[in-house]
Structures are given as structure tokens and as C-alpha cells.
Write a protein that binds this ligand. Sequence first.
Ligand SMILES: *Cc1c(COP(=O)(O)O)cnc(C)c1O
Length: 395
Amino acid sequence: MTFPIDKLQTIRTPFYYYDTELLDATLRAIKSETDKHAGYHLHYAVKACANPKVLRHITAAGMGADCVSGGEIEACLKAGFPADEIVFAGVGKCDWEIELGLKVGIQYFNVESIPELEVINEIAGRMNKVAQVSFRINPNVDAHTHSNITTGLAENKFGIAMEDMEKIIRLADSLPNVNFVGLHFHIGSQILDMDNFVALSHRINELQDRLEAEGITEVKNINVGGGLGIDYENPDGHPIPDFKAYFDTYAKHLKLRPGQHLHFELGRAVVGQCGSLVTRCLYVKQGSTKKFVIVDAGMTELIRPALYNAYHKVENLTSKAPAETYDVVGPICESSDTFVKDYQMPGTQRGDLLAIRSAGAYGEIMASQYNCRPIPTGYVSEDNTSTFKTQHVDF
Ligand SMILES: *Cc1c(COP(=O)(O)O)cnc(C)c1O
């Protein structure tokens, strides 16, 4: 991504900045790969980033949306996503969220349990509607990713156990206000080894064979969720993920039935690299053995390092001084409020502008008000300087 430094210097830090040229290039790369395969369609996973300006670029590229809450459905409708391009997952959907989905006419619900199916049937009945339902099956595929973001193992809270698949499909057939339209899977996040998607494909092939043997042949959609990772170590080397390898893996290994659609729910891979958290160095503090760069952003703006021990590259946008070694830390009253440790970076001083890279996904949307901090603003490349909140401190 590119940084218009003069422009960014005038904005009050910390803030999120999205390079929408890179976002659009990423969206074009996805489109050119999915267009090569009949019936492939992407529902962007809104939970990665729901910034309204980012959402508008994604809907303009013709993608649908994958939502996990009523609030996300509302954000998508506001950004211009057609309701019938929205799918809705989540283990704990509230009644009002189900009602909202039915009222606006979403494409389908990704249902995660038998009690949820019964409640959707009841609410749809009350509203004189038929809910389109797809079942999230837990494929017991280990994505070998961080324990907090692996979702496909048998003991996970997500999805329906494989052994209950036929039971829930037959139950749906017996209920008047739900219509079974597909199977849904999602095995985890930040997955870079394509073997994981191969394993998922093989599992889906087995399950489809099993259904056919049971006489269940009408499965309109297969939805394989998301999970494709990005290069956090080298964002400039790999600004756009290898979508060709990703989609070709499914094309090669997943046996779709004639006319069957394949849905994807990528989040991180779509928006991760186009966003940075821009922050300023407040102080450089010499500790007894280390030097700390204390910045004005913290775990309240980007929680991934504290929550998942995640690495984000930190770039000093304004210094070309010889490298030194620092811990880059935030101002929050928690020791885990550290971005990087023992990190080589150009000599840094008070007032320098720093970019915490690859923060477009699970960044701005996870911001909190802990310590009574304001939620950061997100800007995009095309934003007019007159809308900037200006720097309140003169460095
Ligand atoms: C989080 C999530 C996604 C997106 O995951 P990424 O790793 O960001 O691609 C897709 N589908 C479901 C059901 C999810 O929970």
C-alpha cells in the first residue's frame, strides 16, 4: 500500500487508513479468478472490516456479504449490498436478528444447531415466510492455526456434528417454513497451507457421497467459508494474496455436482493488506536494558498482538535514520499492550509517524473504548482533506 505522507501528517492520530487502490486491485484479482470457474461466488466476511467506505468498494465489485449479526446485516444494506446477496451465520442468532433476515429477504441462513432451526421455522411461520437454510457442518478438519481462530475441530462450539447432518436435513424437510438450500463449512483463519483446503474438499466429497447414498440429492450450494491468510511478514512483497492457488485448489479437489454453486466467505484476504493503523511516536524511553517507542495507538485500536500474539510489521514513515532496536508499545495500562519486541527500525523520535501494517482485517472493527479511549476514525485514499480530524497536538 502507498502512504500519502503529507496528507496523513495533518490527521489526528491514531487512525486507520485504507488504500482503496490496493483494495480495488485485490477485488479485481478475486473476480478474475472466480470468473474462471462456473458457479463460484464470493460473500465478503463483513466481520473482518465493516468500515462503510470499504464496504462500498466491495459491493461495487459485485460481491455479496457474509454476516454474523443483525448489525452487520444493517451495515451491509446501508452500504448497498442487495439483501438477496447476504448470508447469515453465527451460533447464537437472536430472534430480532432472525426476524430482520427474514424481513429484508436475505439469501440464506447458515444454521448451526437443531434448536436454531426450530426457532427459525417458528419465526418464519409467524411472519408467513419460508426461510432458506444452509447447515454449517463441523468437518473436523484441523487447520493448524492459532487455537483461538481454529473452528473446524469436533469439540468446537461452531456448527453441527457430521453424524447429525442427515437428521437435520430430514428435520428441515418436515418443517413447513424452512427450505434446505445447502451445506456450509468454515475451518479457521489465516490459513496459508493449501493442504488444509484440500482436506476440507475431500471431507465435503465424502459427505456429498454419503448424502447421495441416503437419497438426499438436492444440495444447491456448497459454502466453504473463508480462511485464506495474508503475508504479515512481508506486506509489500505480497500485497495481494495468491487467489489463483486458492480457487484452483477447490477447482481441483472439490467435486461439485452438476449445477451446484460454490460459495466462499473470505474476509482477511480481501481487506487485510489494504489497511494500516497510523500512529505517532509520543516518547522514546530508555529502560534499564531496552529502548521503548511509546506510540499513541494501543491494543484499544488493534488488539490482535495482545489477543493472538499476532505479528504486524511496524514501519516508520518519516525517519531514515540508522536502525536501532526497540519495543514498540501503546499507552494502555496492560503489559500485553505491546506491538513488537526487540524490533529493528530506523532511529525514531517524538513526532514520527508510524504505520502498523496489514491491519485492514480484524483491526478497526475490534477497537474498544477501554481506558475511555475514543474509537479511531477510518479514512480511505479518496477522502477529502476537509473531512479530516486534524492533529490536536503540535509536534
Ligand atoms: C470469520 C469467518 C469468515 C472469514 O474468515 P477469514 O479468515 O477472515 O477469511 C468466513 N466465514 C465464517 C463463518 C466466519 O466465521
